[in-house]
Structure formats: C-alpha cells, structure tokens
Design a protein around this ligand. Structure first.
Ligand SMILES: O=c1ccn([C@@H]2O[C@H](COP(=O)(O)O)[C@@H](O)[C@H]2O)c(=O)[nH]1
Length: 272
C-alpha cells in the first residue's frame, strides 16, 4: 500500500492527526537507560509502543541517530513500527537535497536501507534533485515549504515575481512535482497565517507535515483551523520533545502516551 493510502486510512481509523517525532537525546533519557548499550533503540521503542494508538505517523529525525552512530537503531526502530504497528507510516526526517546522481543514494538510504514510508526533502536544488525520490511513487516525498524555525523567513519569504518564495515552492510542488500524488509539504505550526496561505494555494489533496507544536510553542488549535482540508484531515501534526521527554522518571512511557493523547484531543476538538 502506498504512503498516501496508508496515511489516509490511518487518519480515519485512529481518528488522529498526531505524529510523534523520534528525536533521541540520551542525556534526557530516564536513569534506567544509563547502563543500556542499546538505549536509543529501547527508549524509542518504548515511546512508539506507548503512543501508537494515538498517532497517524511516526517521524524519526535522522541527525539524532547519526550523531550517535546509531543508524542501526534507526533501521531496527522503523522495522519495529512496521512489524508491531502495521498501518502506521514512518516519515524519515532527513531533509535531503543534492544533485540527482547523489540524490539517488539518499533515496536508497531512506527507502531501501531504512525502509521508511516517506522522507523529507529540501527543494532548493530544483526538480532533478527531488526526482529520484518522486520516482518512488508508493513513497511519500515531504518537501520543505515554510519551516517552523525563527529564521524561516530569511530566504523563504524573499519576494519573487510579487510573491514570497515559499508560495512558489507550494505551487510548484502541487502543480508540477505531484504527478504520482505522493507529495506533501512541511509548513511550521509557528506560522498560522502561512499555513492558511499554503492551503489556499495547493487545495485539499496535498497533506502538510506540521512541526512546531509543543517545545516550539506553536498553537495546535490554530493549525487545525487554518490548514485542515474539507474532510477535517490533511495534517500530520508533529511533536517530538514534548512527548518524548514528558517525564524523566520511570513513568516516561505513560507520560508520553498522555502527551500524545492530549495533543490528539486538542487537535480533534477543532477539526469541525
Ligand atoms: O520546519 C521544520 C522542519 C522539521 N522540524 C523537525 O521537527 C522536530 C521538531 O521537534 P520538537 O521537539 O517538537 O520541537 C525536529 O526533529 C526538527 O528537526 C522542525 O522542527 N521544523
């Protein structure tokens, strides 16, 4: 089943727009992991198992694994999601972007090595740099559009032909790059006005990955009000630290589950 089909099915079956981000930082793990040689995998696995019923997706961020030399834990974690929680797609957040001959290897990294269902990509090298990802018609290609960070506007808001650059990215992806219907866009929760503008440009068919609620302070209610589609879906609202590190005690998994459930309920209260 394709990423888009799995995602749409999961939105309905789980009644959730929540994505739990998997950003392991061992210094924030509960003390019980201190002597565990495979702590990254075990901690993330526990979070996955505790929160699965409340999510539409999981989103591991590759730098958090690579910086620790823990790529094997990432591969095993994605395999664990697929084996124990079939029907929950995994978006590998790697924000890749390079010339086509190299991008092919990045696509293999995401879809072959790690067996992710979707990947985040940087569009600024242009169509040929994204093509190796787009060619995987059953996989999701999640293109950075208006990111959640404070400096997002430095380049993404530059005016080009009378409109900010991020709006050109949105239009180009929806009109030209989405031939297989496998594209989504990253738009930060910290920018409700831009969420509304991008939804108006791309219509209902293109999902948004929306990081920035929780630790970055984005307003979950405003995300839903501004960017849901006509079905009340179309959103993958991602939270990492606020879920992963909801408690540093032995109740870390229960606390993560509560945080994911509360985010689901907040989002659902505004879906209409
Ligand atoms: O615009 C973007 C794109 C990606 N991210 C990633 O999402 C998570 C956010 O973590 P929180 O702890 O929920 O703040 C992180 O992996 C980022 O690399 C983003 O924040 N903004």
């Amino acid at each position: 089943m394709s990423f888009m089909h799995t995602l749409r099915t999961r939105w309905q079956q789980a009644d959730s727009l929540v994505c739990v981000g998997l950003d392991p930082e061992p210094s924030k793990f509960p003390a019980r992991f201190a002597a565990d040689d495979d702590a990254v995998f075990h901690f993330c696995r526990d979070i996955v198992d505790a929160t699965a019923e409340y999510v539409c997706c999981f989103k591991p961020q590759i730098a958090h694994f690579a910086a620790l030399g823990a790529e094997s834990a990432l591969t095993r974690l994605i395999a664990h999601v697929h084996a124990r929680h079939p029907g929950i797609p995994v978006i590998l957040d790697s924000k890749r972007g390079d010339i086509g001959s190299t991008a092919r290897h990045y696509a293999d990294e995401a879809f072959v090595r790690h067996a992710a269902d979707a990947v985040t990509v940087n569009p600024y090298l242009g169509r040929d740099s994204v093509q190796p990802f787009l060619d995987h018609a059953d996989k999701g290609v999640v293109v950075l559009c208006r990111t959640s960070n404070p400096g997002a506007g430095d380049l993404q808001d530059l005016m080009v032909d009378g409109r900010p650059l991020y709006q050109h990215v949105a239009e180009t992806v929806a009109r030209d790059w989405n031939g297989h219907g496998n594209c989504a866009l990253v738009v930060g929760a910290t920018w409700p006005g831009q969420l509304r503008d991008v939804r108006a440009i791309v219509g209902d068919a293109v999902p948004f990955l929306v990081p920035g609620v929780g630790a970055q302070g984005g307003d979950a209610a405003a995300v839903v009000k501004n960017a849901r589609n006509a079905e009340g879906t179309g959103l993958i609202v991602s939270s990492s630290r606020a879920v992963l590190y909801a408690s540093k005690g032995d109740d870390y998994a229960e606390a993560a589950a509560r945080a994911a459930r509360d985010l689901r309920d907040t989002l659902n209260a505004h879906r209409g």
